[in-house]
Design a protein around this ligand. Structure first.
Ligand code: ATP
Ligand code: MG
Length: 460
């Protein structure tokens, strides 16, 4: 089946949708890990920076002569704990630089409480994190405001965050990979019941028109109900067709038989040659119509049966022998010798009896019909190369140069058979059956006059 007929694939679409969801979740995971890491690292740096700034503030001493600023070594060792960041400081007393870097950026507003205030800034081309704290110191009986500003470059913080970002990226990718595998497996398992149902319906034999009784998931219930409704209507239509074929056969043949019988009686009673001629034409037409009707009905039955085959093991030898015997009276009536060459071993095929009988009847019928009086028809059965071969040969008028390709068409008759009753459907019925079973039909002219039909079917 072509893909165009199928449209899109639910499995692919479902997988794609699950993958998009997985990608979004993986992205969110990455982003939140990064944000949390950023905040955590900054808070850690702030704590250390704040503690160092407070340690400097605690060492401020006031007195009569001024302020003693003694920067404790512990403050810098604390800041070095995280790594090799650069540290800058600035201490202002009464708004004037007491020690440190005069241009280190000051806080946007002066810190009021006892706790340090933190802010981001740039200094000497570095991004820095800054802590500022203010204190009042008593100098010669007066309180003097002191501002302590300590800045630290952020390279250690950035490298820690970069390391964590890499891990978050790996984690996100791993999460996505796992989710992708699960998505494929999930899409497959969700569609499994659909595939199971399709498989079960496909595996059915051609004449299995029972409703589907499998347990299916709730969502497939409407589909199975619709399928069962369809199967029900189909088998109803088929059985109506079967009845119709049988009834039509009856209603066409019965009046024709009566018409023919009445014409025969009239033919015997009449004296006028002209009327006799008319009556003969009527009888011939009735025969032709009866033949056409029965061949049309056979054709319909064959088409119906090729869809609804009930194949069985057929002993071909016996099937042919029975048909040959049934034809013997009509052959003898025309003094035609009807011979059957039986094989030594059994030839068995798996096929529908009605179809095979129709084929053999049509071939023998043609051979007898197109033979002259005192002719000979030979039927033979053999098996070779996995095929059963049925040949029917006669010494009749031959094909008149026509080929099977033309003669096998519906209603097609040879140019040399106008005097014989026929509808032109026999060979198309035979071809139909050959096609249904993977067999072949050959029809050839015989050396020395006559025709030979050969029908082959695969052996069971
Ligand atoms: N054994 C044969 N000898 C000569 N001609 C044949 C033979 N078998 C088939 N033909 C030719 O092939 C044509 C088609 O055969 P086919 O059996 O399909 O139709 P039919 O015999 O004319 O009619 P019917 O449907 O009643 O059998 C025949 O009309 C005839 O011309
Ligand atoms: Mg025929």
């Amino acid at each position: 089946m072509s893909r165009d007929r199928h449209g899109f694939s639910i499995r692919r679409r479902l997988t794609a949708q699950l993958l998009v969801v997985a990608a979004v979740l993986a992205g969110l995971l990455f982003y939140s890990i990064r944000t949390v890491a950023d905040v955590a690292v900054e808070q850690t740096q702030d704590r250390i920076l704040g503690a160092a700034t407070l340690a400097i503030a605690e060492e401020l001493r006031g007195g009569q002569d001024g302020i003693v600023i003694d920067i404790p070594y512990s403050a810098f060792s604390m800041l070095g704990a995280l790594g090799n960041d650069r540290i800058f400081y600035r201490i202002e007393v009464n708004g004037e630089l007491a020690t440190g870097y005069a241009d280190l950026p000051l806080p946007p507003t002066l810190p009021s409480g006892l706790d340090p205030e933190f802010y981001d800034s740039r200094y000497l081309g570095y991004a820095v994190r800054v802590a500022a704290v203010s204190r009042s110191v008593l100098v010669a009986g007066k309180t003097v405001p002191v501002l302590i500003v300590v800045a630290q470059t952020r390279s250690v913080q950035e490298s820690i965050v970069a390391g964590l970002t890499n891990r978050a990226l790996l984690l996100g990718l791993g999460f996505f990979g796992l989710a992708a595998l699960l998505a494929v497996a999930m899409a497959r398992s969700v569609l499994q019941p659909v595939n199971d149902l399709a498989g079960a319906v496909t595996r059915r034999g051609p004449q299995d028109l029972r409703p589907v009784k499998r347990q299916v998931p709730e969502e497939l219930g409407p589909l199975v109900n619709a399928l069962n409704g369809f199967i029900g209507r189909l088998s109803g239509a088929l059985s109506r067709t079967e009845t119709f074929i049988a009834e039509a056969a009856h209603y066409i043949r019965t009046p024709l038989t009566t018409l023919r019988a009445q014409s025969e009686i009239a033919l015997r009673q009449t004296e006028s040659d002209e009327t006799k001629e008319h009556l003969r034409k009527i009888i011939r037409l009735a025969d032709n119509t009866a033949r056409s009707a029965s061949q049309l009905l056979d054709h319909a039955a064959v088409i119906y049966r090729t869809d609804q085959r009930s194949d069985e093991a057929l002993a071909l030898d016996q099937v042919i022998a029975d048909i040959v015997e049934a034809f013997r009276p009509s052959a003898e009536m025309r003094d035609i010798e009807l011979g059957y060459h039986r094989p030594d071993t059994a030839v068995t095929i798996a096929a529908d009896r009605l179809l095979i009988e129709t084929v053999i009847r049509n071939l023998i019928d043609n051979a007898i019909k197109y033979s002259d009086e005192l002719g000979a028809v030979e039927v033979a059965l053999s098996a070779a190369d996995g095929f059963a071969r049925i040949t029917v040969s006669d010494r009749g008028r031959g094909l008149g140069g026509m080929k099977l390709e033309a003669l096998g068409n519906r209603f097609e008759r040879g140019g040399n058979v106008q005097d014989v009753i026929g509808s032109g459907l026999g060979l198309s019925i035979v071809t139909e059956v050959a096609r249904a079973y993977g067999g072949t039909l050959e029809l050839t002219e015989r050396k020395g006059g006559g025709a030979c039909a050969c029908f082959s079917l695969p052996l069971a």
